[in-house]
Design a binder for this molecule. Structure first.
Ligand code: ADP
Ligand code: MG
Length: 617
């Protein structure tokens, strides 16, 4: 022990310094920033006392971009320079952006880059840059109200966000000059806000219905550790749909035509009415000269199909996690749209228990992120909290024959490191391509390609002798890196997987569904390919043996027999079934048995030539 140590262990000699750390909910519709002050987590308001910051940025020619409410009011007059819902574009490629076009009224700029850029009066901007403006505004708000520079921030992301989307979120933070302590899954943050991590063990469902997205996450709390059991939802379902269905009803009843201006007005009116109906039984709406009293019952009937859809996703998520509704101990309500009483009723009815609604559903994610940030910044050194999340889709490698070998299977908790050994396929092979894939199917074409790199410098050896260890590492933020090493020589190659595009949760869902539907066909295809590969290996080995000593060890007659069996295998390999290839392979092995035995004898003899027998004893 050091002689100069004068304080008790655990007691710091420097006065405890509180580091300013915040939690940020970077939402599709609204964003918030929160912090822990005097042990209490709270969201921070702007100068006018508003806690929410609309996730909207307005660009103009000669002024810096404006963010939040002032940007939102420009939406009607200047829609193409007013960027909303940019979260949907995070980590997406230009190709992906096209398929999202339906929702996103953006004017995409022509560019050869794979990152889509939106045309605005202030120049072309990427989703990362727009998000950075939102983060900057929140950072500024926090530093003003806390009176100092921030040490760091915990930023929340949807649990299903893939590598590219998480990386894009980090990039946005870097641009905003924010130090990211950790990316945290939104549902986990909500559970932390309710202090569920301090409770006994159990299953928690997080029901998050925002403006344009619905997410359901099933978490398991076990010895203070959160594990995400499954995630599900719909990236195109939310409170905006409630507005639309009510607006449509109003326009139809009023007998007006569907012009852009009328729809815009009706949507605003619908949103106002919807929010009012949360605390009132009925509300008057008008559209042109038409007026009507909309009751809560009427509104409930209109939104019923969407609410039902969310419950179906809940059912799927439970099934994915292998759980029954009765297993769920707590349901946490998140997102502005869970204020709608009908949503609460139906969720309670579905799970057979009342959901948790005490914390403002708009703020609950930011509050949880702030609590986590406080711990990560070191303000609560004793409070160990380990957070575990899962990967949404399996990660694997391409192996010979276009097959995918899974290295980390879906729903595995992170952080995780897993390694697997592979070997060379050909004699003298000195390089190996590592192709990283994401998905549940068995074949390369049916999975999503994440990255490809080559390991070089493998010493030439016979096929199957090299030992190539491939390691997959997914860190606590869900970012993947893959390394490959030839263990005999130590030749190494490594890649951080930063794919330029990501998968939407709908795509993930579709891929999972396909993998289940195709399980049998996949199995057969896999078997056929594997048998073909084996046949190929057998043929390679035979050919190189024949070349080495075929004429020496075999009579012409014997060689002809072996060649006949070999040709049979070659033709079966091209056109046969797994069974017939297998049979031809067995036949060849049998025919060539005596040759294999002869080769062994001859190699033992040549190895011993020049040695005395007792050397081998
Ligand atoms: P996101 O997570 O997508 O950023 P939010 O959680 O902020 O979204 O939710 C925004 C949605 O919540 C909007 O559709 C808004 O109309 C809805 N909302 C907000 N307050 C109420 C309310 N009192 N009643 C019904 N819906 C509400
Ligand atoms: Mg949200």
């Amino acid at each position: 022990m050091a002689l100069l140590q004068i304080s008790e262990p655990g007691m710091s000699t420097v006065a405890h310094q509180h580091r300013l750390a915040v939690g940020i909910d970077l939402g599709t519709t609204n964003s918030l920033v929160a912090t822990v002050r005097s042990g209490q987590a709270e969201t921070l308001p702007d100068e006018e006392g508003r806690h929410l910051l609309p996730s909207v940025v307005h660009y103009s020619k000669n002024h810096p971009p404006i963010v939040g409410y002032p940007a939102q009011v420009r939406m009607a007059e200047d829609p193409l320079n007013t960027i909303a819902s940019v979260k949907r574009l995070m980590g997406r490629s230009a190709e992906d952006a096209k398929t999202l076009d339906g929702y996103l009224p953006f004017n995409f700029a022509e560019s050869d880059s794979n990152v889509p850029r939106i045309k605005t009066a202030g120049g072309d901007v990427s989703a990362v840059e727009v998000s950075a403006e939102i983060l900057k505004a929140l950072k500024e708000r926090a530093e003003l109200s806390l009176g100092g520079d921030l040490t760091g921030a915990v930023i929340t992301v949807p649990a299903y966000f893939d590598d590219a989307q998480r990386q894009a979120t980090r990039d946005a933070a870097t641009l905003a000059d924010l130090n990211v302590l950790r990316l945290l899954n939104e549902p986990t943050a909500a559970a932390i806000a309710y202090g569920l991590d301090k409770e006994a063990e159990g299953i928690i469902a997080i029901y998050d219905l925002g403006g344009g997205t619905f997410d359901i996450s099933i978490l398991r709390l076990n010895k203070g550790v959160f594990e995400v059991m499954s995630t599900g939802g719909d990236s195109a379902l939310g409170g905006d749909d409630f507005d639309h269905v009510l607006a449509e009803y109003m326009i139809k009843q009023s007998g007006q035509t569907n012009t852009q201006a009328i729809v815009s007005l009706a949507l605003m009116e619908a949103r106002r009415a919807k929010e009012a109906l949360t605390s009132k039984d009925s509300v008057e709406v008008s559209c042109g000269n038409w007026k009507e009293n909309i009751t809560r019952e009427k509104f409930n009937a209109l939104i019923e199909p969407w609410v039902k859809k969310t419950l179906m996703a809940c059912r799927r998520a439970l099934r994915d996690a292998n759980l029954e509704k009765e297993d769920v101990l707590n349901i946490v309500m998140v997102g502005g749209s869970t204020r709608v009483p009908y949503v609460r009723e139906r969720v309670a009815e579905f799970f057979g228990r009342e959901p948790l609604v005490d914390i403002d559903p708009d703020r609950v994610v930011a509050v949880g992120a702030a609590i986590q940030a406080d711990i990560l910044a070191g303000n609560k050194p004793d409070d160990e909290m380990l957070l575990l999340d899962v990967i949404p889709l399996s990660l694997g490698l391409e192996t010979m024959g276009g097959l995918v070998e899974k290295i980390i299977s879906r729903n595995t908790t992170i952080p995780i490191t897993r390694a697997q050994e592979f070997t060379t396929f050909k004699d003298g092979q000195t390089a190996m391509t590592i192709h990283v894939l994401q998905g549940e199917r068995d074949t390369v074409e049916a999975c999503r390609s994440l990255a490809k790199f080559t390991l070089r410098g493998i010493p030439p050896m016979v096929a199957g002798a090299a030992r190539i260890k491939v390691t997959f590492q997914v860190d606590a933020d869900g970012l993947l890196s893959v390394s490959a090493e030839e263990t005999i020589t130590g030749a190494k190659a490594k890649i951080e997987v930063k794919p330029s595009y990501g998968l939407s949760d709908a795509e993930i869902e579709a891929m999972l569904r396909e993998s289940m539907e195709n399980a049998q066909a996949d199995k057969e295809a896999r078997q056929l390919r594997e048998t073909k590969m084996e046949a190929e290996r057998t043929l390679e080995a035979l050919n190189s043996a024949l070349q080495a000593d075929g004429d020496e060890l075999l009579s012409a007659d014997e060689k002809a027999k072996i060649l006949a069996a070999r040709d049979k295998l070659i033709s079966e390999k091209e056109t046969g079934t797994a069974d017939s290839i297998e049979e031809a392979m067995k036949n060849l092995e049998k025919t060539a048995e005596f040759y294999v035995a002869r080769r062994m004898n001859s190699s033992v003899q040549s190895a011993m030539a020049g040695h005395r027998i007792n050397e081998f004893e």
